[in-house]
Design a protein around this ligand. Sequence first.
Ligand SMILES: Cc1cc2nc3c(=O)[nH]c(=O)nc-3n(C[C@H](O)[C@H](O)[C@H](O)COP(=O)(O)OP(=O)(O)OC[C@H]3O[C@@H](n4cnc5c(N)ncnc54)[C@H](O)[C@@H]3O)c2cc1C
Length: 472
Amino acid sequence: MATGIETIRNEFATLAVCDPVLGRDSSTLTQFRAMHQLPLPDTGPILRPRTVDDIQRIVTRSAELRVPVVPRGGGSGVVEGIFPNPEVVVLDLAHLNRIGQLDTVNGHVEVEAGVHAWDLEQHLMQSGWTLGHWPQSIELATIGGLIATKSIGQYSTRYGGIEAMVRTLDVITGTGDRITVGHLSPRRTLGPELLPLFVGSEGTLGIIMGAYLKIHPLPDHQQGLVFTAAEFGDGLEVVRRWLMAGVKPSMVRLYDAGESARTFPTAKGRTVLLALFHGSHAEVQVAVAEATRLARYEAEPGDPQFIDHWLATRNDVSAWRPLLAQGLLADTLEISASWDRLANLHRTILQEVSAIPGVLGITAHASHAYTDGANLYFTFLATPETPEIAPDLYRRIVAAVLDRTLDGGGSIAHHHGVGRLRREWLARERQAELPYLQALKDIFDPHHILNRGALWTLTNPLSNSGNGPSTD
Ligand SMILES: Cc1cc2nc3c(=O)[nH]c(=O)nc-3n(C[C@H](O)[C@H](O)[C@H](O)COP(=O)(O)OP(=O)(O)OC[C@H]3O[C@@H](n4cnc5c(N)ncnc54)[C@H](O)[C@@H]3O)c2cc1C
């Protein structure tokens, strides 16, 4: 008798594609394992449904047969949200690629989940509009993936994270039911909304088919500002004062000394602060003048070319793969904290990670700021003695960053999400909430077929059960 997974494979054979790379995301350790022939489980069947009806049929049948399913967008996730497993069906949403009419009266656009963020942005810009979502992975990620991971873009101070842009979601739950959550009215008070539950749910509560998103007229003016300061803490104080005073550059980036030296060698050991303002000419002039006034105690004007350099290179990540191919471990980890905790967290994490044998360096920048805090985005480089010990070294570095973050009162994930990489720390940070999160899983995915093992479902991704079964 055929197993559940064989039945799915046979019944949906016409939708099958053969490319094992689609069964994993862009996580560093997974890439490293593939490059250096370290153990990596096989990928299960990969299906590329043509329509939403196809997806509904696959999910309904998988629920009947209790076969695990994981949705895939652009595969640019970096937290093992999609991890190879021969017992899991991968649903590649590439055919959900339709962009609907722009509603320029209300500033809305309807988009299917598989549309790439770059394609949407180009489409909007041709008509003088923008989504305002510009993650570094804009050319790689899909709208469904960006919503499912609660992503954020480089202009977050002006436009917010993706959660500020989603008006409605069309979702297929773990039973194959199709529901629309949210509303196009700007606000309503009808009890708690279901929509936020799916933003950041990483494919564990439902598969996003499409969304109505809020869009904005393209601003007609842009101006950059560059400052340098003696210490990272001085730069943090400038950014804090800006946000508190309502000065909101679209983009704000503060590099610590190590990262400033690497990115801007002429900064002479000072910490570099970049800001980019958008809006009408008058609006930008006022904001720039106020930002300059508020920065005068801790910072001094820096080389304006730094901002041109950032604009020209901001999406270039071509240096990473060659490092991994050489046997080095290079990756990033982002956390968040309130203003009063950031400088201490930055110092403690740099000290602790630098002391791990094999670590060549760790630097950080803050790239998303709020009135009450900011993120810290760490970049590390390490050299394992052999490829075989790379997973242990990698895990030790991740643990040092996330343990110290919890100790220091921060949150362990600012925008990359949890996947399988950080679920242990999610369980610690949200311990008291776990029973309620589990109850949500039971409601939307009662057979636990959707992305088993991601987020709060606790299993070892490298155990023989791979992405599941969930043990919670
Ligand atoms: C070079 C690089 C730069 C990056 N820069 C940023 C950045 O600036 N900001 C940022 O926030 N992130 C960034 N990321 C991380 C990544 O791009 C985001 O997590 C992105 O949202 C993933 O989108 P995707 O379409 O590639 O999703 P995938 O990688 O395909 O999937 C990610 C997760 O979402 C789930 N999923 C995918 N599609 C759906 C769907 N339709 N319904 C339900 N679940 C779904 C998957 O199962 C998986 O768990 C970066 C990654 C890289 C490699």
